[in-house]
Write a protein that binds this ligand. Structure first.
Ligand code: SF4
Length: 382
């Protein structure tokens, strides 16, 4: 069950004492120059960083933004970044699909991925001539680490007649073995398109068993999946939804499709992080809860001041490895460059290109809620 907490900023952002030490160690001070560069930014985060904390954070923000200009670098910030990163140094913000499209088109020499490792790999796959950095090597993902390229080869040996779709939350090695990628914004569209292209009623969708089950409930395509799960979203349960409804009468409950199917059955709306953000913006519910990673609510709340957020706080320990201080270090020292073997990159790109070649949707697809959970085949190597 998720840890349920009441309205208010979901998770502490950032650690001012550490920020102060980091700034001081680099000879950075909250002087008039820094003030001039950052005063206009403080209102973007004043729900999360107190006026007393700001002088510890602002020098890091100013130093990062100066380095970006000096080195022609951009920061791609995922929706799960803490607000200091998302709002103050992120140049492009969004979900995996949005950031992948930005990586392909952005006019910059350096991309710093404020997200996890598979996202940085996706940027490098799409922008091979750019230097792609990730500020922490600890920023992994339970989904990406659940499956290898060798596992996909085994699946293809067992099911040579079925196309294999991989969720983007996988390594370049895995993408290179798959026929097409998908995101939570377009998974059902991709599954139906590849089934049509292969003239089959069965598709393999890896590695997230819950996303696969949720997609299976939306389509007539038979889906075989892999026993992977997001360690953040799998913690949510239908009991959480019941508890939230009881504690907060009238609350509108939005769920990410990496949650187990009984959560989507009980929720009011479901979709990718982009779909959830759009829902809040378009519908302006009086009170809402996002069943997804903790920082997402903080970032969406900033853009929707009239909406009251209830925040069940499940932090992604991998996303939280990314901090202002290690972004500053990686840009200063140009460290943790993402390198992908060219042969792997080219094959992985083909899988991403197959997805990007599908008609661009006006909006991310929503998942129908209220559907009974479906049992589907989960691949077993034995
Ligand atoms: S939230 Fe889940 S899917 Fe996203 S990076 Fe963390 S573990 Fe991976």
């Amino acid at each position: 069950m998720a840890r349920l907490i009441d309205s208010g900023p979901g998770c502490p952002t950032p650690t001012p004492l550490r920020a102060a030490n980091v700034a001081e160690a680099r000879g950075l001070a909250y002087d008039d120059e820094v003030k001039a560069k950052t005063d206009h930014l403080y209102p973007l985060v004043n729900d999360f960083i107190t006026p007393m904390e700001w002088p510890a954070v602002a020098p890091l923000v100013a130093a990062i933004n100066d380095l970006k200009a000096e080195k022609n670098a951009v920061i791609l910030a995922h929706n799960y970044m803490t607000p200091d990163i998302f709002r103050l140094v992120g140049d492009f913000r969004g979900d995996s699909l949005q950031l992948a499209r930005e990586a392909a088109e952005v006019d910059a020499d350096i991309i710093v991925q404020a997200g996890v490792h598979f996202m940085a790999e996706t940027s490098k796959i799409l922008a091979p001539s750019k230097t792609v950095l990730i500020s922490s090597l600890e920023a992994g993902c339970s989904l990406a680490s659940s499956i290898t390229g060798a596992d996909v080869r085994l699946i293809k040996e067992r099911y040579p007649d079925y196309p294999v779709v991989t969720y983007v939350n996988t390594t370049a090695d895995v993408k290179a073995e798959c026929h097409i990628t998908c995101t939570s914004s377009n998974a059902a569209q991709v599954v139906e398109a590849i089934a049509k292209e292969w003239d089959t009623d069965t598709v393999v969708l890896v590695p997230d068993q819950y996303l696969a089950k949720n997609v299976a409930a939306q389509t007539n395509i038979r889906i075989i999946t892999w026993p992977g799960a997001c360690e953040v979203h799998e913690l949510f349960s239908a009991d959480d939804v019941d508890a939230l409804r009881e504690a907060h009468p009238g609350v509108v409950i939005l769920a990410h499709p990496e949650c187990p199917p009984d959560v989507l059955e009980a929720a009011d709306f479901a979709g990718s992080t982009a779909a959830l953000a759009n829902y809040v913006k378009d519908e302006s519910p009086a009170k809402v809860v996002l069943l997804t990673e903790c920082s997402m609510s903080d970032n969406v709340a900033t853009e929707n001041p009239g909406v009251d957020f209830v925040r069940p706080c499940n932090l992604c320990p991998h996303m939280k490895q990314i901090t202002l201080e290690n972004i500053l270090d990686c840009l200063t020292e140009m460290k943790h460059e993402v390198i992908i073997e060219e042969e792997v990159r080219v094959r992985a790109k083909a899988a991403i290109d197959a997805m990007l070649a599908l008609p661009k949707m006006a909006n991310p697809l929503a998942f129908e809620t209220g559907l009974k959970p479906m049992e589907i085949e989960v691949f077993s190597p034995n």
